[in-house]
Design a binder for this molecule. Structure first.
Ligand code: SF4
Length: 436
């Protein structure tokens, strides 16, 4: 049996014509994890296609096509699915978007996988092999992440990525931020046994790695156990956390000793009312400087992310955030436009208020305005966001931020140049008519 597993491109991430060059991409884990779940007794040949780094062959030779989609790549996923089905190939759709919109995905697929694939995908493949593929496979609530095979990184070309050494210890998040797909799509948080995570890292022979967990410190006791177990490996790593890491000295100390050198933290906004209104009230604006200074004092570089478009945001918000980013010396700032992903409480709220401007999912990429903002026009929102990107990535802004941060990791300067490249080309990718 030949199985082709495809990760479709989004406009910002395709390898030709997109903003990002593949040199800035790390290896994703979705396809390699799916490949590891293929039952050995099927003797299947598995091919992985990441459209972010390579073209997909529309004439490829396969018996079964699996496509994993997020909302921003859903239309491309449907385009590919329709194409392969016209060729007579059965198509499976899964991932965040089909999990949140299974009926829509079912219009383009023979089978839809809802939720994580760890239990359902092996069963699906056995059913396919036996000739009785079901229309839908739904993850059971008792899913455990223990005793699973390690991702099949050997199926990726390491030269396509900045690093192939990506890992994942946990899934989901304990928080319930209104705009986030994680709680809606993935349910309660789960984690792998620490010993299995460590075994995977040892087998990779990685000295530097990236944890792709959406919030590595969601379960603080687990995070402490994981960080303690990482110390003997003498690796360095980066990952995602929340501002709460700076409030727990033992956790932060273990993170540093385990090799943490960079963290992505979602600050989102400076307005506490906005944070409360989207249920991210554990972020406290008046503590942001303390968090940033503390991480810098521990030599941890910070990718700080902010979102524009909350109902509390005004035209003044853009400069306030840019001033804060420059004054606080955030090493690698990133900005997104609030995106009401389908299935989230934010989406339901905006539908109820008749403020959704388009359901063109390819614009749901965090850089397009897809809803009517409360205190400005859609154009003011995207132009304001673009202006902040450009302001904080001027050469003198980069110098000011990095001189103040004093972390001086070798990767931070090239990463800033990469983001400057992005900031100054972003306008080429805006679709200005958001009603399409
Ligand atoms: S803390 Fe982050 S991952 Fe968790 S729900 Fe909020 S935005 Fe999502």
């Amino acid at each position: 049996m030949k199985i082709a597993l495809i990760s479709p491109r989004g406009a910002l991430y395709k390898h030709t014509g997109g903003i990002w060059k593949k040199s800035l991409r790390y290896a994703p884990l979705t396809l390699t994890t799916l490949a590891s779940l293929v039952p050995a007794e099927l003797n299947a040949e598995v091919m992985l296609v990441d459209e972010g780094v390579t073209d997909v062959d529309l004439h490829l030779d396969a018996d079964l096509i699996g496509i994993s989609a997020i909302t921003g790549s859903a239309l491309r996923a449907y385009e590919l699915a329709d194409h392969y089905r016209r060729r007579g190939l059965p198509v499976i759709l899964g991932g965040v978007h089909p999990t949140l919109m299974p009926d829509e995905a079912a219009e383009h697929a023979d089978t839809v996988v809802v939720g994580y694939a760890e239990q359902t995908f092996p069963q699906l493949l056995r059913d396919f092999s036996a000739g009785h593929l079901q229309a839908r496979y739904v993850q059971s609530p008792d899913l455990s992440l223990a005793n699973l095979p390690h991702p099949r990184r050997d199926l990726l070309n390491p030269h396509d990525y900045t690093t192939i050494h990506t890992s994942e210890a946990t899934r989901g998040c304990i928080h319930q931020c209104d705009f986030c797909v994680v709680p809606s799509a993935w349910g309660r948080p789960r984690h792998k046994p620490v010993a299995e995570v460590i075994d995977d890292i040892r087998q990779m022979r990685a000295k530097k790695l990236i944890f792709l967990d959406l919030n590595l410190i969601a379960n603080v006791a687990y995070a402490k156990e994981l960080f303690a177990a990482l110390i003997p490996l003498r690796v360095t790593w980066g990952g995602l956390a929340t501002t709460l890491i700076a409030g727990d000295d033992e956790l932060l100390d273990l993170a540093v000793r385990s090799g943490c050198r960079g963290l992505l933290i979602g600050f989102e906004t400076l307005a506490e009312e906005a944070l409360q209104s989207v249920r991210k009230g554990f972020n406290r604006h008046h503590e942001y400087r303390i968090v940033i200074d503390k991480l810098h004092a521990h030599k941890i570089a910070l990718m700080g992310t902010f979102v524009f478009g909350f109902d509390h945001d005004t035209k003044e918000t853009f400069d306030q955030v840019a001033d804060f980013v420059l004054d606080s010396h955030i090493d690698l700032p990133r900005f997104a436009i609030l995106t009401p992903f389908p299935g989230t409480p934010l989406y339901r709220k905006l539908v109820a208020e008749d403020r959704i401007l388009t359901q063109n999912w390819s614009l749901y990429d965090g850089q397009h305005v897809v809803f009517q903002p409360y205190q400005m026009s859609p154009e003011e929102l995207w132009r304001g966001t673009e202006a902040v990107w450009k302001r904080v990535y001027r050469y003198r802004s980069i110098a000011r931020r990095l001189a103040g941060a004093r972390v001086q990791l070798p990767l931070v300067i090239p990463a800033n140049i990469g983001y400057r490249f992005y900031a100054y080309r972003l306008h080429q990718f805006y679709t200005c008519d958001w009603r399409n």
